[in-house]
Write a protein that binds this ligand. Structure first.
Ligand code: ADP
Ligand code: 5GP
Length: 181
């Protein structure tokens, strides 16, 4: 499980990680937020209306789901189970409350926190990404302050100073955890 504040570089580091290490599948979450330019349905997320999402909740399709910054996000059980059944390790890229819920449901999960070098740098990255309004960036920074305080609940903390270095550290963590299984 890869968690950490929005803008810390989770997506960037995960993409670099997957070039370094095989046998990893990314569980595609469902969300009600609007796709960003370049995002493709079924690749970054399963984009759903609130009605569709709530029907999946009622059907018990989610391992966990949360409301985050005005939208719903959730991990679909089928995304995780199908990939584990194929023998892959499954990566979940989810926020803090979801990570805690998955840890309760699957205690064997390994939790990695991706931290920005500082809150100032996080603000620069979020603004630099250019995908959120000023107001949405401010909201994400407020949430981030609370999330950073929870880093010590995680099995590993990786500071994303340089993305390639962080990806190499994450690859080493996963290789080590695989040996322990
Ligand atoms: P997250 O998935 O955690 O929300 P992203 O991967 O989208 O974060 O990264 C947020 C922004 O920061 C992007 O514009 C990305 O290119 C940039 N970024 C990611 N890692 C680094 C880094 N190590 N140094 C500088 N910028 C980075
Ligand atoms: P974004 O809108 O930037 O893609 O994601 C916002 C936040 O939602 C990020 O912290 C991301 O990790 C988290 N997130 C994405 N998918 C899920 C999910 O399925 N469950 C939970 N709990 N959080 C998610």
């Amino acid at each position: 499980m890869i968690s950490g504040p929005s803008g810390a570089g989770k997506g960037t580091v995960i993409a670099l990680l997957r070039r370094r290490l095989g046998g990893l599948s990314l569980a595609v979450s469902a969300t009600t937020r609007a796709p960003r330019p370049g995002e493709v349905d079924g690749r970054e997320y399963h984009f759903m209306t609130r009605d569709e999402f709530e029907r999946e909740v009622a059907a018990g399709a989610f391992l966990e789901w949360v409301e985050y910054s005005g939208a719903l996000y959730g991990t679909l059980r089928r995304e995780v189970e199908d990939k584990l059944a194929r023998g892959d390790d499954v990566l979940l890229e989810i926020e803090l409350r979801g990570a805690r819920a998955v840890r309760r449901a699957m205690p064997e999960a390994v939790l990695v926190f991706i931290a920005p070098p500082s809150l100032d740098e996080l603000g620069r990255r979020l603004r630099g990404r250019g995908t959120e309004s000023d107001e949405a960036v401010a909201r994400r920074l407020e949430i981030a302050a609370g999330e950073l305080a929870a880093a010590d609940e995680f099995d590993h903390v990786v500071v994303n100073d340089d993305a390639e270095r962080a990806a190499a550290e994450l690859a080493a963590i996963i290789s080590e955890e695989r040996k322990e299984d």
